[in-house]
Design a protein around this ligand. Structure first.
Ligand code: NDP
Ligand code: GDP
Length: 336
């Protein structure tokens, strides 16, 4: 029987990589997209004819349930969320509705339609927050430090609870930060590579950042979606930490990106208190031993490779932007 998957959040960074991954494995891929006044399917534009898109929203149980009823998938990957930590202080209720309760709505839809559908929840290392031990493993106690992280803890335990209450194949990947050229430009890695590339091309001069002293365990999103799939292929459902096991200061990522472009951060980086958070997560470092042992998962791209991949992509974007701006200027000048 052909495997069929539903992906919520297919228009996001991970959704787009996961869709590519599942298509390569012969899956029929369905994506849930929410209604917006202007379509923004940029990350999956190249897949539009290979996936089936359904309009539904994690805020609306009925809409999720009818997609599950119509598609009758074998696997359901819940990647949708309000995923940007700073916005979770500005919109804590929306964040809790989407990132927390939204997961319960998806679990309920599956329980009602067919509890044998395998369910993946995108849990987050942000749940460890003010860490009580380092590195963090599946048994480390959670200490969430933002409304986003609190909502993820709720969703995480709901997933555990549906597994234990209804015997559902429901599991969570506790994923540490993972990045790519498709990462949103608000997140610190992409904000940095995007800005450094534009500085290199003379399109901007300054990069304004917040706390450079926190540390993150960064990997490549393409490696991490493979782990999601592996979790759903096991004999029994379990939760897994996915990360590299290394941690790096934001300041050092900044240096790596500027070095790549042959520039000096001291000439361009400005510390801006607007980017400090009400409560910070200072240190994240994964202990991915269980995933390595039981899933056979290993990351293939290291941090240096990730920086190079993101810088090459953003340098190319900046080149195109420069050419486009130049041509528009010439047209305007010629028309004057
Ligand atoms: P993105 O922010 O790139 O994608 C989020 C997706 O959720 C988008 O497709 C967005 O749609 C969709 N979405 C938002 N609100 C709703 C809603 N109400 N109903 C339906 N869909 C909605 O996140 P990532 O791809 O980076 O992350 C995927 C998941 O993994 C998220 O749950 C995130 O919290 C979690 N995670 C991510 C980590 C990372 O480092 N990337 C680390 C740990 C966990 P739209 O395009 O319309 O905005
Ligand atoms: P997060 O770990 O999910 O919150 O991922 P982010 O990429 O948003 O942030 C990672 C770390 O970078 C946090 O400790 C932030 O405080 C720090 N940081 C420093 N400056 C910035 C900035 O300008 N933007 C963002 N997003 N984060 C910043």
């Amino acid at each position: 029987m052909k495997s069929t998957a539903i992906i919520t959040g297919i228009t996001g960074q991970d959704g787009s990589y996961l869709a590519e991954f599942l298509l390569r494995r012969g899956y029929e891929v369905h994506g849930i997209v929410r209604h917006t006044s202007t379509e923004s399917y940029g990350r999956i534009e190249h897949l539009r004819h290979q996936v089936v898109l359904h309009k539904a929203d994690l805020l609306d149980t009925g809409s999720i349930q009818s997609v599950v009823e119509n598609v009758r998938p074998t696997e359901f990957y819940n990647l949708a969320a309000m995923s940007f930590v700073p916005v979770s202080w500005e919109q804590p209720i929306l964040t809790s509705e989407v990132t927390g309760l939204g997961v319960l709505r998806a679990l309920e839809a599956i329980r009602v339609v067919n509890p044998r559908i395998r369910f993946y929840q995108a849990s987050s290392s942000e749940m460890y927050g003010e860490v009580v031990e380092t590195p963090q493993s599946e048994t480390t106690r959670f200490y969430p430090r933002s409304p986003y992280a609190v909502a993820k803890v709720f969703a995480h335990y709901m997933t555990v609870n549906y597994r234990e209450s209804y015997n559902m194949f429901a599991c969570s990947g506790i994923l540490f930060n993972h990045e790519s050229p498709r990462r949103g430009t608000d997140f610190v890695t992409r904000k940095i590579t995007h800005a450094v590339a534009r500085i290199k091309m003379g399109l901007q001069n300054e990069l304004r950042l917040g706390n450079l002293d926190s540390m993150r365990d960064w990997g490549f999103a393409g490696d991490y979606v493979r782990a999601m799939w592996m979790m759903l292929q096991q004999e029994s459902p379990r939760d897994y930490v996915i990360g590299t096991g290394d941690t790096t200061r934001i300041r050092d990522f900044v240096q790596m990106a500027f070095d790549y472009a042959g520039l000096d951060p001291q000439d361009h980086v400005v510390i801006d208190p607007r980017f400090y958070r009400p409560a910070e997560v200072n240190l994240l470092r994964a202990n991915p031993d269980k995933a390595k042992r039981e899933l056979g998962w290993e990351p293939e791209v290291d941090l240096r490779g990730l920086v190079a991949m993101m810088m090459e992509h953003d340098l190319e974007l900046a080149r195109i932007e420069k050419l486009t701006v130049g041509r528009a200027y010439e047209r305007k000048a010629a028309a004057a």
